[in-house]
Design a protein around this ligand. Sequence first.
Ligand code: ATP
Ligand code: MG
Length: 432
Amino acid sequence: MNHKQIRKIFLSFFKRKQHKILTSASIVAKQDSSLMFTNAGMNIFKDFFIGQKHSQYSRIANFQKCLRITGKHNDLFEVGKDNYHHTMFEMLGTWSFGDYFKKESIIWAWELLTEVYKLDKSNIYVTIFKGNKEDQLSFDRESFQYWKNQIDDRNILFFDKKHNFWEMGTTGPCGTCTEIHIDLRNEKEKLKIPGKNLVNKKHSLVVELWNIVFIQFFRKADGTLVKLPNCHVDTGMGFERLCMILQNKKSTYDTDLFTYLIKSIAHKTKQIYGVKDKIDIAIRIIADHIRAVVFAIYDGIIPSNKKSGYVIRKILRRIIVNYYLTLKIKKPFLFKLVKPIICYIKNSYLNKSHLKHDISSIILSEEKFFLKTIKLGIYKLEKIIEQLRDKQCHIIAGKIIYWLYDTYGLPIEISKIITTKNHLKVFYSDIL
Ligand code: ATP
Ligand code: MG
């Protein structure tokens, strides 16, 4: 199944269950001043949950572009190193606003995964909230009862608030959740360690797929919970992870959502993907980040020195440092990756970009400028190293590294690599 079929099946399934199908909202969290970017499908429906607005539809299914690079949900440092986190990912979502609750949510999730997508039941684990004294919440008995009718008891696990209580941020609508995890390991591995021991342990092949959240509360700024007037359902399933599972892959980067990018990056940087870990991670980071940057610019965030524009510029610079250092690329090339990503966006989403400028040109000028910055910074650092060498000094002051960053924008990680190469120790306490 390709990604288009996988998405279509999800939407048609919920359409048959009387859900209104909606397209994604922008990646920019326009409605919510507490967020910079949309980090989950539920952001756009926040007002419906708290009763400030009334939804025209009581059941909705959609797919939402999410960006997790700031705030409570920040996956930036997992990306590329593991095989299933992305900065920008698409979330397949279903919603009930004061309509059905735990029973239907659980039964339909199970039906879709096991009868429609035909996933092997024995590889599925579900988790349930076990209660929390501080919040005066008890064990989620109701979800347990419904799951018991579907799945083997041994595949039902209990976790605390950290895993089974979903919150958008420090305040806002929230509630207990039940999650669906999949074990993708081979039989030999499963015999060694049972899957249930690896759920929520950051194992690369035992991953969370779907979170079913029962929104019932509002977390106030003082940390207390108040009950909402109605109960709602908010479910989110990672599209990249679903494609990974259904396309029989061990990494989201090996699905048809990413292979075109991975191939293109490997080709353009003259590298082979799948041989050396360090190179593979660099290629994955580039593929992930450039997709996120193009999606964000498409939705109107131009790289700049302010707010969300600055965050996007930093992500772009993270890619450039990465290709400069690890892949030894000294010339702009990211801008050449833009076209197929735009094509994907246009084929998948209805919303048109209001952007006046060409995204490739925006990225090219960012690349040119930052590569120039790096080169000038390195030139300055090498001059300083030469002077130190003349004085037979093997230590460089941390404040020089900081000054190069502050004045010339030379990333500290680049300075560190160059100083190490030149056998210089950095004396950090002078900047503390
Ligand atoms: P994880 O523990 O794997 O980071 P999460 O608990 O942060 O997941 P949720 O906030 O519940 O995830 O999001 C709902 C679903 O979205 C997850 O079940 C997962 O399939 C997907 N998802 C979450 N974060 C990412 C990400 N960074 N990249 C890709 N998919 C993600
Ligand atoms: Mg997470």
